[in-house]
Design a binder for this molecule. Structure first.
Ligand SMILES: Nc1nc2c(ncn2[C@@H]2O[C@H](COP(=O)(O)OP(=O)(O)OP(=O)(O)O)[C@@H](O)[C@H]2O)c(=O)[nH]1
Length: 389
């Protein structure tokens, strides 16, 4: 899952590491040169001056020794002079930080150290189908975190870079997160969830998976086939309902989807069922008739949650559709299917940020158990961690 993106993020970490490694080596070499230049000044002075002073009066050596102290004091600025020779190349504020850090055995990561790696990263994110505005926000976050950061000559830059990547990923992925389980547990029953999205992305399979997921949480559910448009839709969802031993409410093809969902709510009320899972016909946000149906469901039933379903493998297209759906008929969250088959990860990273609504579940295969709660921290760990999946 998301292997190619993972590789690209790791490439960025290595790029910045290499640049700062070279810089640290240069800085260390400069520091050693500076120390060597100061040493010959101190030693001969001490030995030559010490002997004649012993035989002289006691008062004199003290006064003679003062220049030595000065000589020592003078030797220190030589280290700083090295650092001070660079102010014109650097911005003034940055220079002070750089000089101080240098004296402490640290280097400062500067804009020019990360410029090329950041450009490479931007290309990598766009190739991975990360939406442009999301990629830009990530890059800005990373740049702000890295430029001006200090690292010890001997330390690993990788940790600093990893933290910057982690922060920027989390800030774009975590948008709008809420605790789905808690919301479902606390809601008045029956809770009505409607599923929307285009054809063939895995809506019906996700409904089946979710009914099993809810059962594992101790919650009962009924399925409702609001896809009265497509021939064979009833049979398709019926297979899942039978396999999972769930009640299915369905009408004839061509019927009114709002009426089907309404009937399912009545059934749930009468039978103490906790959740109604309402399928709808696959549609584009531009298919007017079908969008009107959604509006009617909204008016007649007033669903508690509308979940947008799309497939991770659709990348930028899925991101665009999520945005357009949310604009046309507000969604509460997304189920991103087929994450198991997606190596790019762009949709997983971009959808929450673009819609302002969270990804709630990832579909991870064709089996009923292949669904997992979306957790931003887990995704970041997947992308930056050492483990292969
Ligand atoms: N690998 C993988 N396949 C999935 C996943 N979710 C669904 N599928 C497969 O995707 C195909 C389409 O799934 P459906 O549930 O029929 O899609 P739909 O959106 O309901 O399709 P329509 O009813 O035609 O609009 C099926 O073969 C599913 O098994 C997933 O998370 N991973």
């Amino acid at each position: 899952m998301f292997d190619s993106l993972k590789e690209k993020l790791s490439g960025f970490r290595k790029d910045v590491e290499e640049t700062t490694e070279e810089k640290a080596e240069e800085a260390e070499a400069e520091e050693e040169d500076a120390v060597q230049e100061t040493e010959p000044v101190e030693e001969p002075v001490e030995e030559d001056e010490a002997e004649p002073e012993d035989s002289a009066s006691e008062a004199e050596p003290d006064s003679e020794s003062e220049p030595e102290v000065e000589a020592e004091a003078e030797s220190e600025p030589e280290v700083e002079v090295e650092a001070e020779s660079e102010p014109e190349e650097t911005n003034n504020g940055g220079f002070m930080q750089k000089a101080t850090s240098f004296a402490r055995g640290e280097i400062v990561i500067e804009e020019q150290d990360v410029e090329d790696p950041l450009w490479e990263l931007e290309m990598a994110l766009l190739e991975s189908d990360v939406e442009m505005s999301v990629a830009e926000e990530m890059l800005e976050g990373i740049r702000n975190d890295l430029v001006g950061a200090t690292r010890k000559f001997s330390a690993e830059t990788g940790d600093v870079v990893e933290q910057a990547l982690r922060d920027s990923l989390l800030s774009v992925i975590s948008v709008g997160q809420f605790d789905f389980d808690q919301r479902v547990a606390e809601a008045d029953k029956p809770l009505v969830i409607i599923f929307t999205g285009v054809n063939g992305v895995g809506k019906t399979t996700s409904i089946a998976k979710l009914s099993k997921y809810l059962e594992e949480q101790g919650l009962s559910s009924v399925m409702a086939n609001g896809d009265t448009y497509r021939a064979g839709a009833n049979e398709q969802i019926e297979v899942h309902a039978d396999a999972l031993d769930k009640k299915l409410i369905a009408h004839e093809q061509g019927g009114d989807p709002a009426a089907v969902i309404y009937d399912a709510v009545e059934y749930a009320d009468a039978h103490d069922i906790d959740v109604v899972l309402g399928d709808t016909a696959g549609r584009l946000h531009t298919s007017e008739g079908l969008m009107d149906q959604l509006e009617k469901i909204e008016r007649v039933v007033g669903p508690d949650m509308t979940l947008f379903v799309d497939e991770a493998v659709a990348g930028q297209d899925a991101v665009q559709r999520a945005k357009e759906f949310n604009d046309a008929a507000e969604i509460d969250g997304t189920i991103l299917t087929k994450a198991d088959a997606d190596s790019k990860g762009g949709a997983a990273i971009s959808i929450s940020h673009v819609t302002g609504k969270p990804i709630l579940f990832l579909g991870t295969g064709q089996g009923y158990d292949d669904i997992e709660r979306f957790d931003p921290e887990t995704l970041v760990e997947r992308l930056l961690g050492d483990e292969d999946e």
